[in-house]
Design a protein around this ligand. Structure first.
Ligand code: RIB
Length: 308
């Protein structure tokens, strides 16, 4: 039976603009590329990816009482997500992210939190009445809300999965108590530990530093084109990446962690789940957009079969 994952996180509309380079201060750059308003937000991307990978998803989020909020809720319903715990906030606008996409597929994002900043402890507590088997959250909502999700998961005895997306150096990691999988990307690892995971020794040092602050079962560092690094408190493994044609890296990390969570809940095997997540994350870089780049389960299986 499919596992029920409660995703507690943000919903945004992404304003995506392609640009040949990032302009200097005071410079006006005339970009000949394209722009689009597309669904995104780290929580929404993860919820849609977990559902696509075969989980039943309960999504706890907030949107504004506006056209963007309506569009997002309709999309979540279309994708078969349980939207009963998404609140429409009448005082706040729907979150918006400005995504500047460079030619090589890398991006820079400025996110306006809007309604996401109002996701409350009681919103999350309410969503536990849907009886989730696990909780997946990110750092794109208030730290107190993340900590509430962690406390509730620990109280209920269900596993907590944390994507450190949007990490801030002052996030009180110690308050998370117990985490099944903690997954930051390279930049987030450096923000949280002061260590850039640019070689195996630094991956290990950063992972140990995280485990010294939180009771983490598995640290999984997302290393982009170098694959991912798994540390279980004793042993470590570097899981190789998939060679794909990168178009846009937006949301690849969100898809990675959602796929990792879903596959790990299905199999209990961290290493094969990390390979699965590498495949899902790689596929997400081959298409433009956040939610629009979430692969199907079949696509992920095909990539895994061709590779091994
Ligand atoms: O991780 C990618 C996401 O970050 C985008 O969809 C954007 O909304 C920002 O939240």
């Amino acid at each position: 039976m499919a596992k029920r994952i409660l995703v507690a996180g943000s919903s945004n509309i992404d304003f995506m603009l392609t640009t040949p380079y990032i302009p200097a201060p005071g410079e006006t750059l005339l970009s000949g590329g394209k722009y689009a308003f597309t669904p995104g937000g780290k929580g929404a991307n993860s919820a849609i990816a977990a559902k696509a990978m075969g989980a039943d998803v309960i999504f706890c989020s907030r949107v504004g009482d506006d056209a963007y909020g309506d569009r997002l809720i309709s999309l979540f319903n279309e994708r078969g997500i349980d939207t009963r715990y998404i609140k429409v906030d009448r005082l706040e606008q729907t979150g918006l992210a400005v995504v500047m996409l460079e030619k090589n597929g890398t991006n820079r994002i400025i996110a306006f939190s809007g309604a996401n900043s109002k996701i409350s402890d009681s919103d999350i507590e309410g969503a536990f009445s849907a009886y989730p088997d696990a909780v997946l959250t990110q750092f794109e909502i208030r730290p107190d809300a993340v900590i509430a999700a962690a406390r509730l998961a620990n109280d209920e005895g269900i596993p907590l999965f944390v994507d450190a997306g949007s990490a801030k150096a002052d996030f009180p990691l110690e308050k998370l108590e117990r985490v099944e999988i903690f997954s930051p990307n390279e930049a987030e690892t450096e923000i949280l530990t002061g260590i850039r995971p640019d070689n195996l020794e630094n991956c290990l040092r950063a992972s140990i530093s995280l485990c010294n602050r939180v009771d983490i079962k598995y640290v999984v560092l997302k290393l982009g084109e170098r694959g991912c690094y798994v540390y279980d408190g004793k042993y470590c493994d570097l899981i190789s990446p998939f060679d794909v044609n990168v178009v846009d890296t937006t949301a690849a990390g969100d898809v990675f962690t959602a796929a990792l969570t879903t596959e790990y809940l299905r199999t209990g095997d961290i290493l094969s789940s990390a390979k699965f997540a590498n495949a899902a994350g790689a596929l997400a870089t081959t298409k433009l957009g956040a939610v629009n780049s979430v692969p199907t389960l079949e696509e992920v299986k095909n990539l895994l079969e061709n590779k091994f």
